[in-house]
Structures are given as C-alpha cells and as structure tokens.
Design a protein around this ligand. Structure first.
Ligand SMILES: Nc1ncnc2c1ncn2[C@@H]1O[C@H](COP(=O)(O)OP(=O)(O)OP(=O)(O)O)[C@@H](O)[C@H]1O
Ligand SMILES: O=C(O)[C@H](O)COP(=O)(O)O
Length: 393
C-alpha cells in the first residue's frame, strides 16, 4: 500500500482522531453482533499503548443528519469498554464545547468516543466545516473504518485534507487481502456471486470476469441469467432491463474462457415462507406459478466440487433466501464447501458474512470482510475515497 499506516506515525502524547466502523446491528438497544468492534480493537489498543489520546468516531445506522435516540453510541461505548478493558469517555455531542472539554481532559492512552457522526447533516455531505472541526480536535487522523471507506464523508475523507493521516491495521489488512486476491490470485480462482439484485452486482461481475477462472452465480440474481438463456422462470426475481447485459456477460465469459456456472436445479415454492409448499425442479422446468428461492441439490454438489478444486474463493451474496430455514440449504452448502476447501477463502461482507456467522462457519474462513458495500466497490475496481484521501508514504 502506498499510504502511511499507523506504524509510520509517532503518536506518543498526540491526539489521534480515529474513524472506525462501529455500525453494528442493534435490537432493542442491545448490540446483536460486535464483530466490527472486535475488528477495530488492534488499532485502538495499539494507539492507546503507544500513548495516544484516542478520539474515536463512527456512524451508526442512517439518521440522516438528525438526532435519533436509538442510534446514540452509548451501547457501543459500553461494549468497547468491556472488550478493551478500559474506560471509555462518551460525549453526547459530535463536536463543540462538550467534545472540546472531553478531549482536553484526556490523558495519554485514554479512549473517547464521540456521538454518532451522522447526527450532523454535514457528515454525509463531506461538509468542509465539519471536516475542519474534526481535524481541529487532533494531531493525526487514522482511518480504520474499512466498512465506510467507500463513502466520501467528513469523518472518512474530508478530515484528511487538514491533518496528516494514516491507515489503521484493519483497513490495511482488508486492502491487503482483497488487493492480493484481485491482483495476484492463486489459481484456480473462483468467485461466487449471489444476493438479490443484478443491478447491485453489475460492476463486480464485469470486473471479476477479467480475473477469475470460475464464476458461480446463485441467489435471486441468477434468474435474470436463466431468463437470458431462454428458460421460463415463473415468479422468480427478474430484472427485465438487465437481460441483455446478462447475455453480454455470458458471452464475455465464453470469450475469456471463464467457466460460468449457473444453477442446474432449484427449489421452487408457492410462498415466501417456511410453510410454503416446495419442490425441486430442473432449471428448464420452473412452473409458471412458482418462485425459485434456493439452488437445488445437483447445483449444490456442482458448486461444492468447484470450490473444493479452487485455490482462492471469493464469496459475495447468499445462494437463496437463507433467512428462512427451508431455503437455506444452498447457502449452507456453499459455506460448508468453503470451510472444507484447502484454498484461501474470502467472504465479502454483508449478507454472506451474516450467513457464515449464522451457520457457524465463521472460524473456518480465512478472511471475512467487515465491509459489505466497501468490499463490493473494491472488487468492482473502484477507488475508495476513505483510502485515497490518506497521506501517501
Ligand atoms: N432466489 C431468491 N429470491 C429472492 N431473494 C433472494 C433469493 N436468493 C437470495 N435472496 C435474498 O437476497 C438477499 C441478499 O441480497 P443482497 O444483494 O443484499 O446480498 P449481499 O450482497 O450479500 O448483501 P450486502 O448488500 O449487505 O453485501 C437476502 O436477503 C436473500 O434472502
Ligand atoms: O454497514 C456498512 O456497510 C457500512 O457501515 C456503511 O454503511 P452505509 O451503507 O450506511 O454507508
């Protein structure tokens, strides 16, 4: 990486504004998954041990520039304190007098967490005044929020225009793993793309076709491709305006010699529920009144074999409606295959990461990205503003 990292800066006795991605799932005020907090700990602990005064900042949810009581950072501060074994000062403001006072009270090694940065409308607009206000709090800016690195916001990018900056360990690791996978992959290299919408994955599929040996398609987006092959898909998900593009991608795969794998059989249902009547049909026999909600057993076996024979696998997007038990087998089978392959396995965040956690395969994956949208944009080959804004080495 051509950017400074925290190892390149001397933070002893300095104030460091550290952007993290503590956008964790919450239910009734309780954090239901603290993976992202744990993932930022190495950077936070390092800064603290080096004697920095650590000012942490994150967004939580999408409050759209307003104070939303349920999206305050208090539960996060509490969990961070438990995980780090340190007390964490928490402010109720994002900037201003309360924050200035709290910062002046910090001793070397102390941790402070400011309020949800998205309570300020200027955050997502990358408002230069808000960016300057954040910068004025600190001597250095450290970005460890890989999950928000695809956003050009005041606390992820704007601030870097005003103070020297560096990448934290998590950001560095994510870029290293995903970067190596895309630029110098071990082969055979297999990408598995699922999830609901073709339109969200267009850039990724296009970019990956230039790099992979096998491209496996599953989930709701598969049916636009199935339709493009001329099969009927009943009530399955379809993006009519993407059929031509699906044809182009299948042609591109052929031209590039990429093995393009699509479902050969599917689980169809009469209802989007666990009580639905289901049956398994071949891909060219989807009944007009039913919806395909998972890949079938022949497809599971085929995909598992390709994964077993791969040296590198990147997975983004579930194979079916994994939230419902009856349509979870495809996603489970892919997770199981990844857990068994000798190849290096990368989970591209978002729903696939949630599925891997849910089915207890997380420990057996080599890298689970903390960024859903960010890893997608990275895999599309896009520049991440939260990275490009950092000081060059
Ligand atoms: N055959 C299907 N029909 C309808 N919905 C499906 C089907 N297969 C998967 N899904 C749904 O797709 C959703 C995930 O789609 P999405 O494109 O958001 O995935 P993702 O890329 O993993 O998530 P993220 O955007 O968070 O990274 C899941 O909620 C799942 O239920
Ligand atoms: O959950 C995420 O993917 C990141 O925290 C970014 O959140 P956002 O999509 O609301 O910007």
């Amino acid at each position: 990486m051509n950017k400074q990292t925290i190892k390149d800066i001397d933070v002893k006795g300095k104030k460091v504004f550290c952007r993290v991605d503590f956008n964790v799932p919450m239910e009734n005020g309780e954090i239901t998954d603290d993976t992202r907090i744990k993932a930022a700990l190495p950077t936070i602990q390092y800064l603290s041990e080096q004697g920095a005064k650590v000012i942490l900042a994150s967004h939580l949810g999408r409050p759209n520039g307003e104070v939303v009581e349920e999206l305050r950072m208090d539960a996060v501060a509490k969990r961070l304190s438990e995980l780090s074994n340190k007390s964490v000062v928490k402010t109720d403001e994002v900037y201003g007098d309360e924050v200035n006072e709290a910062v002046s009270g910090l001793e070397d090694g102390d941790l402070l967490l400011i309020e949800n940065v998205r309570f300020e409308a200027g955050e997502t607009k990358n408002d230069p005044e808000l960016a300057k206000a954040f910068a004025d709090l600190a001597d250095y800016f450290v970005n460890d929020a890989f999950g928000a690195a695809h956003r050009a916001h005041a606390s992820t990018a704007g601030i870097a225009e005003h103070v020297p900056s560096a990448a934290g360990f998590l950001l560095e690791k994510e870029l290293e793993v995903l970067g190596k996978a895309l630029s110098n992959p071990d082969r055979p290299f297999t990408a598995i793309i699922g999830g609901a919408k073709v339109k969200d994955k267009i850039g990724v599929i296009d970019n990956l076709l230039d790099k992979v040996d096998n491209l496996i398609i599953g989930g709701g987006l598969a049916y636009t491709f199935v339709k493009a092959l001329g099969h009927e898909i009943g009530k399955s998900l379809l993006e009519e305006d993407k059929i031509e593009l699906a044809k182009e991608y299948m042609q591109k795969a052929k031209d590039k010699g990429v093995n393009f794998l699509m479902p050969v059989d599917v689980v169809v249902a009469d209802d989007f529920s666990n009580d639905a009547n289901t049956q398994i049909v071949d891909i060219d026999s989807i009944p007009a009144d039913l919806e395909a909600l998972d890949i079938g057993p022949k497809t599971r076996e085929k995909y598992a074999q390709v994964v077993a024979d791969s040296q590198l696998v990147i997975w983004n997007g579930p194979m079916g409606v994994f939230e419902l038990e009856v349509f979870a087998n495809g996603t489970k089978a892919v997770a199981d295959a990844l857990s068994k392959t000798e190849g290096y396995t990368v989970i591209g965040g978002g729903d696939s990461a949630a599925a891997v956690e849910k089915f207890d395969y997380a420990d057996q994956m080599d890298h689970i990205s903390t960024g859903g949208g960010a890893s997608l944009e990275f895999m599309e080959g896009k520049e991440l503003p939260g990275v490009s804004a950092l000081t060059d080495k």
